[in-house]
Ligand binder design. Structure first.
Ligand code: GLN
Length: 255
């Protein structure tokens, strides 16, 4: 009788161990989730898949891979571009990934990872505009930008320009198409993608890409997460994963 009881208790313990998966002695911690925020009107870096709510793009693929490499799961949500840094500061987000340029101004509020992409601003005008050829020609003109971006800062630096800041890049491009503004200032790879996906019916780029800007992942100021993301990013650069993701969105890597 006693033996039977011991057997039953042992069997039950074994079953409990099997069910919870804790038999091996080392308990595997549940995968930690990181809250990642983005503003998805920035194709090909972050945008919605056609006919779906799902986000896609270079940044999305990269941050998922970086988080995975660092032992985390990325949980991605959308918000306004100007809401990203406040959300990092308040702890509502762990990471902002949104084609965000590393600037001295932003570095006062958040910590950036190492750069993961080199970009720069460019001017987009309507095809029939032959007057605007450079930033100087924007003096006194109407410029559309996205709120809180380096494009907005550039627009506001132009003498006598009337700058309208839109919540997203799609609206800014639409305003140009509707001739509500004379130009859009936006990141060159995004403007190029817009033209290549139909925008070139009405719009064109003018002048050179302005000074180089580097994109980084933003985390809470002085968070040790930056180091973990850098380490993971570095691994992906070495093992070819970064190049694979780059190639998916931009073709062969420009050196
Ligand atoms: N790279 C620009 C910036 O950081 C624009 C980013 C964006 O519109 N998503 O301000």
């Amino acid at each position: 009788m006693k033996k039977l009881l011991v057997f039953i208790v042992a069997a039950m313990t074994l079953m409990a161990m099997l069910l919870t998966g804790c038999g091996g002695g080392e308990q595997k911690a549940a995968e930690k989730v990181l809250k990642v925020g983005t503003e998805p009107s920035f194709a090909p870096f972050e945008f919605q898949k056609e006919g779906s709510k799902e986000l896609t793009g270079f940044d999305i693929d990269l941050i998922k891979a970086v988080c995975k490499q660092a032992g985390y799961k990325a949980e991605i949500s959308s918000m306004g571009f100007d809401a990203l840094i406040p959300a990092i500061m308040s702890g509502n987000l762990d990471i902002a990934v949104s084609g965000m340029t590393i600037t001295e101004e932003r570095k006062k509020k958040v910590t950036f990872s190492d750069p993961y992409y080199t970009s720069g601003l460019i001017i987009m005008v309507n095809k029939d505009n032959n007057e605007i050829k450079s930033i100087k020609d924007l003096e006194g003109k109407r410029i559309a930008v996205q709120i809180g971006t380096t494009g907005e800062a550039k627009g506001r630096s132009v003498k006598n320009a009337k700058v309208t800041a839109f919540n997203n890049n799609v609206e800014a491009a639409m305003e140009l198409k509707n001739k509500g503004v004379d130009a859009v200032i936006n990141d060159a790879p995004v403007a190029e993608y817009y033209l290549a996906t139909g925008g070139n019916a009405t719009a064109k780029l003018v002048g050179e890409v302005m000074e180089a800007e580097e994109y980084g992942f933003a985390v809470k100021k002085d968070s040790k997460l930056a180091g973990e993301l850098n380490k993971a990013l570095n691994t992906l650069k070495k093992n070819g994963e970064y190049d694979k993701i780059y190639k998916t969105w931009f073709g062969e890597k420009k050196k």
